[in-house]
Design a protein around this ligand. Structure first.
Ligand SMILES: C[S@@+](CC[C@H](N)C(=O)[O-])C[C@H]1O[C@@H](n2cnc3c(N)ncnc32)[C@H](O)[C@@H]1O
Length: 246
C-alpha cells in the first residue's frame, strides 16, 4: 500500500480533521473559481477529502464529480451534501487508475494534496488531467512552496493525542508531516513534493498542460497560531496554479 493511502486513512480518523462544516474560506474559493470560469460548469475534483469544496461548488450550481480514495471521507461527503440539499457525484476512486466515462470537464481542481508521488507520478496524473479536460478547460492546482515548508520545519501545530512534527527533505524538496501518537503507537508521515513555479513549468513539459496564471495562497504562522489567507508569493505556503491545455 502506498504511504498516502494509510496516512490519509489514519488522518481521517482524527476527529475534526476532515469532518468540519464548510469554512467561509472554502465558500470564497468556490466563488472565486466560479467567477474565473464565468459561471457554473462541469467540474471534477481530485482528492476531495471530506467533501467541503465539492459541496460548496455544487451550491454555486456546478455539476460536480469528486474522487476520493478513503471510504469514510466519501461517506462524510455524502452526508454533508445531503445536509446542504445538493448532489455532487462523490466517488470512491483512485485518481491514478479511475476510468472516467464522460471526461471533458471545464475545470479540474486539486486542493491541498498535490505532490504525494514522485515527479513521474505527478506527470502521469497531469497527463490524465489533460485527457479529462474540455478543449477550453482549466485545472486549478494547489502547489506547496519549498520556501514556506523549509522554514516551517521544527514548528508544527499540535493536535490532541499526538505530537506533530514538520520536517523538510531538502534534497528531495519535500515537506514532511509526522504524527506520533501519545499512546506510543506507530508514527505516520506524509511527504509532499514542493515546487516553485519555475520547477512546476519544468514538470509540466510533455504533460499537455501549461501554466497560465498563478494565485498566491496564504500562510500559517504556527507560533502565533494565525492564518493569513493571502500572502505575497515569496511568503506563501501554497499557490494555485491555473493550467490550460497547450
Ligand atoms: C490533504 S487531503 C486534502 C483534502 C481536500 N482536498 C481538502 O482540501 O480538504 C488529500 C486528499 O487526497 C486524497 N487522495 C490522495 N491520493 C489519492 C488518490 N490516488 N486518489 C484519490 N484520492 C486521493 C486523500 O485521501 C485525502 O483525502
Amino acid at each position: 500500500m502506498h504511504w498516502s493511502e494509510s496516512f490519509y486513512t489514519r488522518q481521517a480518523e482524527i476527529p475534526g480533521t476532515y469532518t468540519t462544516a464548510i469554512h467561509p474560506f472554502t465558500h470564497a474559493l468556490a466563488a472565486r473559481v466560479t467567477a474565473h470560469l464565468g459561471g457554473p460548469r462541469r467540474l471534477l475534483e481530485l482528492g476531495s477529502g471530506g467533501g467541503q469544496f465539492a459541496v460548496a461548488a455544487a451550491l454555486q450550481g456546478h455539476d460536480v464529480t469528486a474522487l476520493e480514495r478513503v471510504p469514510s471521507l466519501v461517506e462524510h461527503s455524502h452526508s454533508l451534501a445531503r445536509a446542504h440539499g445538493v448532489r455532487p457525484a462523490v466517488q470512491q476512486a483512485d485518481f491514478y487508475t479511475v476510468q472516467l466515462l464522460e471526461a471533458h470537464y471545464d475545470a479540474v481542481c486539486y486542493w491541498d494534496g498535490f505532490g504525494v508521488g514522485t515527479d513521474d507520478d505527478q506527470r502521469r496524473l497531469l497527463r490524465r488531467v489533460a485527457g479529462w479536460l474540455a478543449p477550453a478547460g482549466q485545472m486549478y492546482l494547489d502547489v506547496m512552496t519549498p520556501w514556506y515548508w523549509a522554514k516551517a520545519a521544527g514548528n508544527a501545530p499540535q493536535i490532541s493525542g499526538f505530537t506533530r512534527d514538520y520536517g523538510f527533505d531538502a534534497d528531495g524538496c519535500r515537506m514532511l508531516d509526522t504524527y506520533t501518537p501519545d499512546d506510543r503507537g506507530e508514527p505516520f508521515t506524509q511527504s509532499l513534493r514542493c515546487y516553485s513555479p519555475a520547477d512546476l513549468r519544468l514538470l509540466l513539459q510533455g504533460t499537455g498542460l501549461t501554466l497560465t496564471e498563478l494565485w498566491p495562497g496564504g500562510s500559517y504562522d504556527v507560533q502565533a497560531g494565525v492564518w493569513t489567507p493571502e500572502m505575497p508569493l515569496e511568503r506563501a505556503m501554497t499557490y494555485t496554479a491555473v493550467l490550460h491545455l497547450e
